[in-house]
Design a protein around this ligand. Structure first.
Ligand SMILES: [Zn+2]
Length: 118
């Protein structure tokens, strides 16, 4: 798995380590709890949870750095939104054969529920 990090200072995406990612999210969680910041959810910065979000293609933001997946042999690219993700993803409900990212899979499911309820 390749993890990219963008710092406020360099404004460029550079490769970083899982250890760096884990310590940045841990510090962020501690800051949210200690400073009682209410517009952020501390649970999203729990170690395993943040990693799960990263693997599903989310950009994880911490006070001074952003993290996202980099493209390598572990990643899949979603044909709907071009996001990279690791793992199974979801089977598109539109054709039942295309693999898409978890977020797009959720979006399609919600679209179908909304259609069903009309
Ligand atoms: Zn997608």
């Amino acid at each position: 798995m390749k993890i990219l990090m963008k710092s406020e200072k360099t404004k460029k995406w550079n490769e970083t380590t899982l250890e760096n990612f884990n310590s940045a999210v841990e510090i962020t969680r501690d800051i949210i709890i200690e400073m009682n910041i209410t517009d952020r959810n501390a649970e999203e910065y729990e170690k395993g949870y943040a990693l799960g979000l990263l693997k599903s293609g989310r950009i994880i933001d911490t006070p001074v750095m952003l993290f996202k997946l980099g493209e390598d042999r572990d990643t899949n690219k979603c044909p709907k939104c071009d996001n990279l993700y690791i793992g199974m993803g979801a089977l598109s409900r539109r054709d039942n054969k295309t693999n898409i990212c978890p977020d797009c899979g959720m979006r399609e499911a919600i679209e179908d529920i909304q259609k069903f309820n009309k």
